[in-house]
Ligand binder design. Structure first.
Ligand SMILES: Nc1ncnc2c1ncn2[C@@H]1O[C@H](COP(=O)(O)OP(=O)(O)OP(=O)(O)O)[C@@H](O)[C@H]1O
Length: 259
C-alpha cells in the first residue's frame, strides 16, 4: 500500500471534522473522494499533505509515518494540484511548470537545464508542449488545469492529490482532463481526487471513497459504492441509476419527475 491511514481524527477547535478514518490506497490507482460540501475532503487532503499537523491517528506513506518525513521528502513523494491558481506575476507556462522542481533547486541557484527538461517532459505528457512560451494567466481554465498537473509531474512525486480538478471546466474539458488523469494512473501514478461529480467518479475511477458526517461510509469499486441510496444520503436529493450501453447513468429527479 502506498498510503495507509489509521484512526485519523481531526478537529478545528471543538469542531470534530474527521472521525476515526481508516483506509489504504494502492499504487497506480485513481481514487475519487465524494462527499457533500463541508464534509472534510480538503481537511483530509491537508492532513495527508502534512499541513494539518494536530491530527490523531497515523498516516503512512510508503511505510513511513509522515510526521518523520522532511518537507523535501514530502515534496518528492506527493504533489498537490489546486482547483485553480491565480499567478501574481505573468509567468510563462514553462516557468510555471519548472517551479514544480523547486524543492530540488537550492535557495541561491536558478533552475538547471535538467529542470527545464523535466518541465518540458511534463508538458509533453499533458500534450501541452506547444503552450510552453505562452503566458499562464492568458490560458483557458482547462489549459491552466493541464499546466497545473504538468507542474505536479515536474515535481516527480508519484502520488498526486487533486482538489476537484475539473470543477471549473466545461463539459468537453472535464472529460479531456479526466482522461489525462486516468492515463497518469495507468502509468503508475497514484491519484486521489476530490469530486462533486459522482457520474464522473463512477466512469473514471478505480475506486470511490464516500465521506459523510466525518466518516467513511463506503469505499470500493465505483459500481458497488455509488448507489441510489448512497447518493440520496450524501446529497439529500432523489436519483435513479439507469444502465445504458453497459454504463451506470445517474438521473437526478426533481419537481414533476420525482414520483
Ligand atoms: N481553517 C479552518 N478553521 C475552522 N474550520 C474550518 C477550517 N477549514 C475548514 N473548516 C470547517 O471544516 C469543515 C470541513 O471543511 P472542508 O473544507 O474540509 O470540507 P470539504 O469537504 O472540502 O468542503 P467543499 O466540498 O465545500 O470544498 C467545514 O465545516 C468547514 O467550515
Amino acid at each position: 500500500m502506498v498510503i495507509e491511514v489509521n484512526q485519523l481524527s481531526f478537529s478545528y477547535g471543538n469542531h470534530a471534522v474527521l472521525k476515526n478514518l481508516s483506509f489504504s490506497v494502492e499504487a497506480g490507482k485513481l481514487i475519487s473522494v465524494l462527499g457533500p460540501n463541508g464534509v472534510g475532503k480538503s481537511t483530509l487532503f491537508r492532513c495527508l499533505l502534512g499541513l494539518n499537523k494536530t491530527y490523531k491517528g497515523t498516516i503512512q506513506i510508503n511505510g513511513a509515518d509522515i510526521k518523520t518525513l522532511t518537507t523535501r521528502k514530502m515534496a518528492e513523494t506527493m504533489a498537490y494540484i489546486p482547483q485553480s491558481h491565480v499567478s501574481t506575476f505573468n509567468y510563462s507556462v514553462v516557468e510555471m511548470v519548472v517551479m514544480g522542481t523547486a524543492h530540488r533547486v537550492s535557495k541561491f541557484s536558478t533552475p538547471s537545464v535538467q529542470d527545464y527538461e523535466k518541465a518540458y517532459d511534463a508538458l509533453e505528457q499533458m500534450s501541452m508542449r506547444d503552450y510552453a512560451q505562452r503566458y499562464f494567466n492568458m490560458l483557458s481554465g482547462g489549459e491552466q488545469q493541464m499546466v497545473l498537473i504538468a507542474r505536479a509531474l515536474a515535481q516527480q512525486a508519484k502520488i498526486l492529490l487533486m482538489d476537484e480538478p475539473t470543477s471549473n471546466l466545461d463539459f468537453g474539458n472535464q472529460l479531456r482532463v479526466m482522461e489525462k488523469i486516468k492515463m497518469l494512473a495507468e502509468r503508475g501514478y497514484t491519484v486521489i481526487q476530490s469530486s462533486h461529480n459522482p457520474q464522473q467518479a463512477m466512469m473514471f475511477s478505480d475506486e470511490v471513497m464516500a465521506m459523510y458526517a466525518g466518516e467513511i461510509t463506503a469505499k470500493g469499486a465505483p459500481n458497488e459504492v455509488v448507489t441510489k441510496r448512497l447518493l440520496e444520503t450524501l446529497y439529500q436529493t432523489h436519483v435513479e441509476i439507469l444502465e445504458v450501453k453497459g454504463e451506470q447513468l445517474i438521473l437526478p429527479l426533481w419537481g414533476r419527475r420525482r414520483v
